[in-house]
Design a protein around this ligand. Structure first.
Ligand code: ADP
Length: 332
């Protein structure tokens, strides 16, 4: 195996996040499930956008957030995801490159508009997401460049992009290329409802070894094994996955294999301002440590540090370089 040019190549939905604060009653009036992620069409996107107060627009998307977090930790990250050649597409491309992530996916000349995620943050810091996927769903195998995948130590796939069949094919092609080059493949389960839609396929990917490293939170893990019993679900995951990282909000996170469980507490957070991106940034911190061959406990601590930083601010992109925080904490 040759040395890698990228630590992580993340593949997922290229989304512009539109973020604003909202009172609880706005969620109720628009029939939103608090804390969830609902897929919406363009009409509903316009309706929700109109109901939102002033906010910010920046590049987002789960895997893209992870790539940006890795770059902020001094890692070498790339991103593959599709936008349209429209205004939001330009915002996305500029933003992600400015975050230090290599991004070369061609923008679509026609078809649906660039994806956007309308995020309402309630006073308790919880985020509720409404996502119009538009152009992001049209990722195909043609967007996967073998040389780029081969050059990455880890190819990181976002479960949210398992809906459209051509994107699924693109994922499977990327996984084959990565494994052919002796690299690893990671998958984030993304969302409990997403797991509900693809439970059988995700389990198959994990059990067949198409995925080497799984990322999930407690809700996704329980959904994967259709149980309310966390411990039972963890035992099942350890039987199926080669390696996995399970996050548990304020209860911290664990790295598990069939033979070992390593756990760390959550990083202390003075005030939870906005939980958008907690899981994404946890994955970033963990992967930044993992690809530097740090021990699992240190990699988990980097994850907790990055996640703790992101939930203490608005938005899913760190406002301070995470590498500085990691150095201050003696983790890098
Ligand atoms: P997701 O964003 O995928 O729902 P979690 O809620 O499990 O993921 O959070 C991921 C990580 O973010 C946790 O492991 C922890 O490090 C951090 N985190 C999340 N919520 C809190 C919290 N309330 N206090 C401290 N840390 C938290």
């Amino acid at each position: 195996m040759t040395s890698s040019a990228l630590d992580v190549l993340a593949i997922g939905n290229a989304i512009v996040d539109v973020l604003s604060r909202a009172e609880e009653d706005v969620l109720a009036r628009h029939a939103m499930v608090k804390g969830g992620m609902a897929l919406i069409d363009e009409t509903r996107a316009e309706e929700v956008y109109a109901a939102m107060g002033p906010g910010t627009e920046a590049s987002g998307g789960s895997a893209a957030n992870t790539a940006a977090g890795i770059a902020s930790l001094g890692g070498r990250a790339g991103f593959v995801g599709r936008v349209k050649a429209d205004t939001l597409g330009t915002v996305f491309g500029h933003d992600i490159r400015a975050a230090g992530v290599a991004y070369a996916t061609a923008a679509a000349a026609d078809g649906p508009a660039t994806a956007r995620c309308l995020i309402l943050v309630t006073p308790d810091g919880e985020r509720t997401m409404n996502t119009y996927l538009g152009a992001a769903q049209h990722l195909t195998i043609a967007d996967i460049h073998a040389g780029e995948v081969e050059s990455a130590a880890i190819t990181y796939l976002e479960g949210y992009l398992w809906d459209p069949p051509p994107a699924k094919e693109a994922f499977l092609a990327a996984a084959r290329i990565a494994h052919g080059a002796g690299r690893k493949v990671a998958l984030t389960l993304s969302d409990a409802f997403c797991v509900d839609r693809y439970r059988g396929e995700f389990l198959e990917l994990i059990r067949a070894g198409t995925v080497d490293l799984v990322f999930c939170n407690e809700g996704e893990l329980k959904s994967l094994y259709e149980t309310a019993d966390f411990d039972a679900a963890l035992v099942a995951l350890r039987g199926d996955a080669k390696e996995a990282v399970v996050t548990r909000s304020e209860k911290g996170a664990s790295f598990v294999t069939s033979g070992a469980v390593v756990s760390v507490p959550a990083h202390p957070v003075a005030k939870v301002v906005d939980t958008t991106g907690a899981g994404d940034l946890f994955a970033a911190g963990f992967l930044a440590g993992y690809t530097r061959a740090l021990d699992p406990a240190t990699a988990l601590r980097l994850g907790a540090l990055a996640a703790g930083e992101i939930i203490g601010q608005m938005g899913a992109r760190p406002q301070r370089p995470l590498i500085d925080l990691a150095r201050e904490a003696g983790l890098l």
